[in-house]
Design a protein around this ligand. Sequence first.
Ligand code: GDP
Length: 301
Amino acid sequence: SEGWLSRLKRGLSRTRVNIVGLFSGGVVDDDFLEELEYALISADVGVETSTRILERLRDDIKLKGLKTQDEVRRALRDELERILAPAEGTLNTDQAKPCVIMMCGVNGAGKTTSIGKLAKRFADDGKSVLLAAGDTFRAAAREQLAVWGERNRVEVISQTGGDPAAVVFDAVSAGRARGMDVVIADTAGRLPTQTNLMEELSRIRRSQEKAMEGAPHEVILVVDGTNGQNALAQVRAFDLYAHLTGLIVTKLDGTAKGGVLAAITAMRGDKPLPIYYIGVGEKLEDLQPFNAHEFASALVG
Ligand code: GDP
């Protein structure tokens, strides 16, 4: 079957003005550079970052004497890689025992799917994993987690209609008592505009601190890559209430908006949130560590 990298490439090539398709072997002139800037903005790199990239490319063209579109393409790929590289990061579950990972995001972002994929990864690495079904709103979410758990021989702690902070507190306490390696706490999907639900997120966070000093060790926002620039607003809002330590960006196999990773990375200056994984499909193996070089290459060919 088709590899994840080519699926990622196919998704990213769906820009209105396809970046890869721009490099047709023609001349490098002002028209070409303007089209390139427009293509970057269309791919949701963001206006500011796109303008900065173009400034650097124009400098390169002058100073390094780049002549062909292929040389410009390579300079663009290097520039994107340079922007994205600080966001590479490894999710280290050995930092504590159990390592408590809190997951949050809006509904439909791919949170439950990503938790399943993560649990499988950890279980495959020989780690014992406990899942806390902190999404006490949707029965379907609990059932989905239970299915994942069974499939991967991972226990799920849940409570119908319970208080999510209490469920998560119990799970972290149980994880400690049983000497588990990893506890993953799911939380119900919520929108940044739902202030009371966002405040609940702080409460769920605090209940983990109460159950174990230093917990949660990781707070990961799962964000849908097809949301483009809207993803930036989500990162800001969730960070405010939950203090994020990292991101998982999903659905990059189906989007032309992959440039948003550059925008997210540029948002925090020289200290971007690590993008631990990217989602490139619905199957278990479709959660891949984020690699700046691979991603920049997929974006511009
Ligand atoms: P949640 O509401 O955040 O828990 O979202 P779900 O995990 O239920 O995912 C919503 C939908 O997105 C499901 O149909 C998933 O199969 C799909 N999905 C999740 N991650 C990816 C991905 O990386 N690529 C694709 N193509 N679909 C995904």
